[in-house]
Design a protein around this ligand. Structure first.
Ligand SMILES: [Zn+2]
Length: 245
C-alpha cells in the first residue's frame, strides 16, 4: 500500500525520463534523501519545469511505498528558488557544493531533520546579498561534518585527549583531526594551524556572529575540511563545485 504524504524538500538533481517525465533526487525533511518520478513534468503545460531546478526549496506531495526504489510525486509547490544565489557565480558554486555534499555523503531513506533545517537556513543565508558566501559555507561545512557523524574535536587533542592550549600552534592530521603541540613532534602532521587560524576555526565552530577573518584563511579551512572528509570517507572524491575557486 502506498501512502499520500506531504513534505518539504530541496531539489538535488534532475534527470529526463522517457518523453515527458523527470526523475528527481530530493533531500526531504521527513524522509531524508529519496528518488522520485514526476510524470509529465517536462510538458509545456506543466508549471513544474522551472520549479524543479537544482537547490530549489519546495513542498512535495508523494505516494510513498517502502518497497519501491523510486517514489511517485504528484504535486510540487515552490517555497524559494533563491534568486540572489542564481545571479551570482560564487554563491552558485557554494550552493552547488552543498548539493554535492548531500548527494554524495548522505545515505538514502534516512530521515535527518536537523541537517535538513540547517541546509535550508544555509541556502537562505547564501541568498542574502550582504552576507559573505564563503564565511557561511565554511560554517555549513563544519555543521555538515558534525551531522554526518565525523565531528572534529576542538577542545581536546585527538591523540592524547588533553585540553588544547589555544595560544599555541597546533597540528592537523587529515585522518584524526587536531593534534596538540606536545604530540606534534612524533605524530604525522599534515598541516600546521598557527594560533590565529586555529582560533578562527574555534570561532567558526561556535555560534558567534562577529568573526574577524581573512578570505585566505577561510579557503585554508575549507580545503582542510575537504581533505578530512576525503581521508575519512573513501568514496568521497572532493568538491567539484569548488575546483574553479
Ligand atoms: Zn596530544
Amino acid at each position: 500500500m502506498s501512502e499520500l504524504l506531504k513534505t518539504e524538500a530541496i531539489v538535488l538533481r534532475k534527470l529526463d525520463y522517457g518523453d515527458s517525465s523527470r526523475i528527481i533526487h530530493f533531500f526531504t525533511e521527513e524522509f531524508g534523501k529519496l528518488t522520485a518520478i514526476i510524470k509529465g513534468a517536462r510538458s509545456s503545460k506543466s508549471k513544474l519545469g522551472l520549479i524543479l531546478d537544482s537547490f530549489n526549496y519546495v513542498q512535495i506531495v508523494l505516494y510513498k511505498k517502502e518497497t519501491r526504489d523510486i517514489q511517485i510525486v504528484s504535486d510540487v509547490d515552490l517555497l524559494n528558488h533563491f534568486g540572489v544565489i542564481k545571479e551570482d557565480f560564487q554563491r552558485m558554486q557554494y550552493a552547488s557544493a552543498i548539493v554535492e555534499l548531500l548527494s554524495n555523503l548522505v545515505s538514502e531513506n534516512e530521515a535527518h531533520k536537523k541537517l535538513f533545517i540547517g541546509t535550508v537556513k544555509a541556502l537562505e543565508i547564501l541568498n542574502h546579498p550582504l552576507r559573505d558566501p564563503k564565511l557561511f559555507f565554511t560554517k555549513y561545512l563544519i555543521f555538515f561534518i558534525k551531522e554526518i557523524g565525523y565531528a572534529i574535536s576542538i577542545d581536546k587533542c585527538s591523540q592524547c585527549e588533553t585540553l588544547i592550549n589555544t595560544n599555541q600552534t597546533v597540528g592537523f592530521n587529515y585522518d584524526s583531526g587536531i593534534i596538540c603541540s606536545d604530540c606534534k613532534s612524533d605524530r604525522l602532521v599534515h598541516l600546521e594551524l598557527e594560533k590565529e587560524l586555529f582560533n578562527l576555526f574555534i570561532c567558526l565552530n561556535h555560534k558567534q556572529n562577529e568573526i574577524k577573518y581573512k578570505q585566505r584563511d577561510l579557503d585554508r579551512i575549507i580545503r582542510m575540511l575537504e581533505k578530512f572528509l576525503k581521508y575519512n570517507i573513501q568514496e568521497f572524491k572532493g568538491l567539484k563545485s569548488l575546483e574553479l575557486l
